[in-house]
Design a protein around this ligand. Structure first.
Ligand code: GDP
Ligand code: CA
Length: 334
């Protein structure tokens, strides 16, 4: 069996880790291969280094090197280099880059600079983290540099009285998410480069040739939504013979972590599991929601909804969620 999944960072990575655990501990499923298609809209160039936050979260989580409490970054990390940059007053200082993590960005930037594609670079990084040995293939959604930007109001910074809106400006997604903690209202998202991006080698085939396609509980707007914007991806999902099953990132109508609610508001979609499922209804065959959201979803969703506990508290619990998603997939009529 071959499973293909689309993924952002923490939510996606934890789900895939649970999925792999389920496959590895279920007789007959050990040989299942998994292709993960990662969002690269979060990517940013800092200090001359190309940083791919979602790809790195997937590498570290699936490779056993993640800071588990945090959900991203390396375990046993130090920040000596960042302290040095701060001493020089080098900007920006709002994006945390640990010393071990910087090793990844330096390696990636070096290989990109030598002419390797992001896919090739990602494959080399994945090798180091032991992904192929776990029958995991990690593909960036595209090799074309793309960057999610957030359009916000430009405010005349007055004397503390009513600050006047004088226009709008676009800031990098990371500046909005990390520096502003999504507290500045987003008017819309613009993904620079996405319209002329091509799906990375293997991405469309992985969707077309899969036996099951899964949407982990990743951010529906700035993770899954960005991947769906890569030319050809949405059509491949509509056209694949494989059942497509999604897992809700909202529990009780709220994101478990992060600011998916602020992202949904920006695109005018209600923060409910039902409305999120509705974003995928043109290709979704099954939608797994938490029991806390079952009533609303079953009443309103236009795809078949199922419910089961969706809190990814540990690997075993997450494996159970993945197993449920696979049961739903196998119940979809061919
Ligand atoms: P990011 O790129 O690091 O923000 O990660 P993703 O886009 O892959 O996933 C973010 C989403 O994961 C958020 O919207 C969270 O609500 C969701 N999430 C995090 N933990 C859980 C969990 O335990 N259960 C569910 N259902 N969703 C979760
Ligand atoms: Ca992300």
């Amino acid at each position: 069996m071959h499973i293909t999944a689309l993924a952002g960072g923490v939510g996606g990575a934890r789900f895939i880790r649970g999925l792999r655990h389920h496959l590895d501990t279920t007789p007959g499923l050990e040989d299942t291969t998994v292709t993960v298609i990662a969002n690269t809209g979060d990517d940013i160039t800092l200090f001359g280094l190309r940083v791919c936050p979602d790809v790195d979260t997937l590498l570290y989580t699936l490779g056993g090197g993640v800071h588990d409490g945090q959900g991203w970054g390396r375990a046993d990390e130090s920040h000596r280099l960042q302290g040095e940059l701060a001493a020089y007053g080098v900007e920006p200082q709002w994006f945390a880059l640990g010393d071990l993590d910087l090793g990844t960005h330096i390696a990636r930037s070096q290989w990109l600079g030598q002419g390797a594609s992001l896919s090739q670079v990602t494959a080399r990084l994945a090798e180091r983290w032991g992904l192929p040995a776990q029958r995991l293939e990690l593909l960036p959604m595209t090799d074309t540099p793309v960057e999610t930007h957030v359009v916000v109001d430009e405010v005349e910074d007055g004397s503390g009285r009513d600050d006047e809106v004088v226009g709008e400006r676009a800031i990098h997604f990371q500046e909005w998410w990390v520096r502003h903690q999504a507290a500045v209202p987003a008017k819309r998202f613009v993904v620079a480069g996405l319209d002329r991006a091509a799906a990375a080698p293997g991405v469309l085939d992985a969707i077309r040739r899969a036996d099951v396609v899964l949407l982990p509980p990743s951010n529906p707007v700035v993770s899954i939504g960005i991947i769906l914007g890569v030319p050809g991806v949405r059509d491949a999902l509509r056209g694949t013979a494989a059942p497509v099953v999604g897992v809700s990132p909202l529990i009780s109508g709220r994101p478990v972590r992060g600011h998916a609610d602020a992202c949904l508001e920006a695109i005018g979609v209600e923060a409910t599991a039902a409305a999120v499922g509705g974003l995928y209804e043109d290709f979704l065959d099954g939608w797994l929601v938490d029991p806390a959201d079952a009533a609303t979803t079953l009443r309103r969703a236009r795809v078949e909804a199922h419910d089961g506990p969706l809190l990814m508290t540990d690997v075993e619990a997450t494996a159970g969620i993945a197993a449920h998603a696979l049961r739903i997939a196998s119940s979809v009529p061919a």
